[in-house]
Ligand binder design. Structure first.
Ligand code: PEP
Length: 253
């Protein structure tokens, strides 16, 4: 059985005290929802404070109710990379997770399949759990190339996926569904998830969690999460509201 995982990608919102407040609210809700793992991904400037707060709540409860993810990092150990931060720095800030290859990084910051694959590997080497995003554009879907594109992106990271021994979480996020209010039907998403799972090495197939992302909301979460190969969700917009995000957690539970 794969434990469902719901991850909230806050993008460039809630970088300061409001991020700590939102994470505390999510942690309180998540602590009451059984059988679901929850992760939040604040901006860099809130990471250490959120991780510290989660660790304190964890000490009170005897377990950490949520995990903390960075949204990105640069895959070098150190050096003259102005404006970038390394995987080790993220781990030192108290994070255990990192989102890698989000379509906004691929599209706006020109991250290639090879660069994303390298980042998955470096995240693992630094003890972080990557949430590795893949997905096709509307144009690619229109051309009937969805599976070709998604499997190309997955296969580019094959070595890192093997090194991760099933600990890499894959997020299928059709680009046309991100922040648009449009989402893949549960059946369409399931088809892609099943194809991704089938493309994984046999030893990783049953262990690897594959999340769906793209306009997941409280009212469509249950139908998506009810599919056999959908092991959770990567949630953008709807993760900025603790009550709505809590409803998605409960749908997964
Ligand atoms: C995302 O940013 O990963 C995402 C899925 O966003 P949204 O839920 O807003 O579509």
């Amino acid at each position: 059985m794969r434990t469902k995982l719901i991850a909230g990608n806050w993008k460039m919102f809630h970088g300061g005290a409001s991020g700590v407040e939102l994470a505390a609210e999510v942690a309180r809700i998540a602590a009451r929802v059984p059988n679901v793992e929850c992760v939040v991904a604040p901006p860099f400037t809130a990471l250490a404070a959120v991780a510290q707060m989660v660790s304190e709540i964890g000490e009170q409860l005897g377990h950490r109710p949520i995990g903390v993810a960075a949204q990105n990092f640069y895959p070098e150990e150190k050096g003259a990379f102005t404006g970038e931060i390394s995987a080790r720095m993220i781990a030192e800030a108290g994070c255990h997770w990192v989102i890698v290859g989000h379509s906004e990084r691929r599209q706006l910051f020109a991250e290639t399949d090879a660069f994303v694959a390298k980042k998955v590997g470096v995240a693992i080497e630094n003890g972080l759990h990557p949430i590795f995003c893949v997905g096709e554009t509307l144009e690619e879907r229109g051309a009937g190339a969805t599976l070709e594109v998604v499997l190309r992106q997955v296969n580019a990271a094959k070595e890192a996926l093997t090194a991760g021994k099933g600990g890499v979480v894959i997020a299928y996020e059709p680009v046309w569904a991100i922040g648009t209010g449009k989402n893949a039907t549960p059946a369409d998403a399931q088809e892609v998830h099943a194809a991704i799972r089938a493309a994984l090495e046999p030893s990783l197939r049953e262990r690897t969690r594959i999340l769906y992302g793209g306009s997941v909301k409280p009212d469509n979460a249950a139908a998506l999460l009810g599919q056999p190969d959908i092991d959770g969700a990567l949630v953008g917009g709807a993760s900025l509201d603790a009550a709505g995000f809590g409803a998605i957690l409960r749908a997964a539970s």
